[in-house]
Design a protein. Structure first.
Length: 454
């Protein structure tokens, strides 16, 4: 016997209004439990929402372009008996409570809309624009005077989780933003206007932000044939954050080399053993362990600069982000509590994270909470590069392709496997001398992996 089951958007972290980019089922389709129903795109990640039940899709309640949040109704499925029993009586009760709650909210919105229409009908004709007239232009964003800024700083900064996340990404203190929403609630547009105002306003010592000329619109087809290829959604989302990090964080990059000859011998000796268990032991596992050793010795690299700019927030946990190359662009899943895990466990988690990234199964929580990031190009090539800091982190480690080099030892040249490393750091927090000490510590640990046990 089939039972109609509503499928809602599950917990997707502190995100709201996430866009539906693909609907993978249609009414009449038969699905199994964990089959994907829709794809969402948010914050550099594409995630697919699976069906909790097996059965037949009765109706689909969303379409491409819709914005959804936790609890939004996706579809109704005629669940098969096994799926219905697995759901349990409590699930049915929760579904009913959610429907009652949504019904009450809809009734409240309808009543509110009726009152608004009544008020508009009572307005004098002179107060309403004539039919067909263009909408009035939006008023220009005023520059904040010192008095206005002080008044904004006294605000409470009421905002939704999505707006708070945006403000955190842009480094905005919500207490300084004047909300235009109901009861002074801060909206996304308020945060964006605040940032625009700050970036263009001039202070006593000059412009607060960069004022750059726009690129001219060039018709490149004038000189030959061209194609137009749209950017992937991930690149569209990550581009503004990379641009912000590059122009607002004073980057300096320290270059160094590490001798990993013995490390590679050990890795090759264990690689086949782990391969039988379906785990790839890559150099990245060793790099995470070595980075944790260095971060513990130099805790400023595991910190963030407070929004006020006058103190550091030093973290006593070690969550290492790993940049993963996917067909859609770069994503950064986070390996949590890396200091509490061995090499083999890290290797297994890295394999799972990489596969989820390539399958577009990463959720927002999989990419949050990082304290330090590693970007490895070793599987591709190159020598050194300047990775962009993943703010609000203060440093990022770039790894290039290791190669055999002649190293002078005991009066003769011997072949050694040398790994190029590039450490970008926020110069407001870290001095060049500390950066050199950090890379020296990395060299020491990578050249003798016994240091990872100390």
């Amino acid at each position: 016997m089939a039972t109609a089951k509503e499928v809602l958007v599950p917990d997707i972290g502190d995100f709201e209004d996430v866009e539906v980019i693909e609907v993978l089922v249609a009414p009449g389709d038969r699905v199994k439990a964990e089959d994907s129903l829709i794809s969402l795109e948010s914050d550099k990640a594409t995630m697919e929402i699976p069906s909790p039940h097996a059965g037949v899709v009765e109706s689909v309640k969303v379409k491409v372009g819709d914005k959804v949040s936790e609890g939004t109704l996706i579809a109704v499925i005629e669940a098969e008996q096994a799926g219905a029993e697995a759901a349990g009586d409590d699930g049915g009760q929760e579904d009913k409570q959610d429907r009652d709650k949504n019904k009450g909210e809809d009734e409240g919105k309808t009543a509110s809309g009726g009152e608004d229409r009544k008020k508009r009908s009572e307005e004098p004709a002179a107060a309403r624009p004539p039919a067909g007239s263009p909408a009035p232009a939006a008023p220009p964003v005023p520059e904040l005077t010192p008095r206005e800024l002080a008044a904004a700083q006294r605000g409470k900064g009421h905002a939704s989780p999505a707006v708070r996340h945006l403000a955190n990404e842009l480094g905005v203190d919500l207490a300084q933003v004047s909300g235009s929403g109901r009861k002074g609630r801060v909206l996304k547009s308020d945060v964006q206007k605040f940032v625009k105002n700050v970036m263009t306003r001039s202070g006593p010592t000059g412009p607060v932000g960069l004022q750059m000329a726009d690129f001219s619109d060039v018709d490149f087809s004038e000189w030959g044939e061209v194609d137009h290829e749209p950017l992937s959604r991930i690149k569209k989302l990550s581009g503004p954050y990379l641009h912000r990090n590059w122009i607002t964080v004073p980057h300096v990059t320290q270059f160094d080399e590490a001798d990993i000859t013995e490390l590679e011998d050990f890795r090759q000796g264990k690689k086949d053993q782990l391969a039988k268990e379906g785990v790839r032991l890559t150099l990245l596992s060793f790099l995470i362990k070595a980075a944790v050793v260095a971060l513990k010795k130099f805790p400023h690299f595991n910190s963030s600069l407070a929004p006020s700019g006058d103190e550091l927030i030093i973290k006593h946990y070690f969550n290492v982000g790993i940049a993963v190359d996917t067909p859609g662009g770069l994503v950064v899943p986070v390996i949590r509590n890396a200091d509490q895990k061995g090499l083999f466990q890290l290797a297994a988690e890295l394999g799972e994270a990489g596969q989820k990234a390539r399958d577009k199964k990463l959720g927002p929580k999989d990419m949050q909470g990082g304290t330090f990031t590693i970007s490895s190009l070793g599987g591709i090539g190159g020598t050194w590069f300047t990775p962009i800091i993943n703010a609000p982190e203060v440093a990022i480690l770039g790894i290039s392709k290791a190669e055999m080099k002649p190293v002078y030892e005991d009066g003769t040249f011997v072949p050694r496997l040398v790994l190029p490393i590039s450490l970008s750091y926020d110069h407001r927090v870290i001095d060049g001398a500390d950066a050199a000490r950090f890379t020296t510590e990395l060299r020491t640990v990578l050249s003798d992996i016994r240091h990872m046990l100390l």
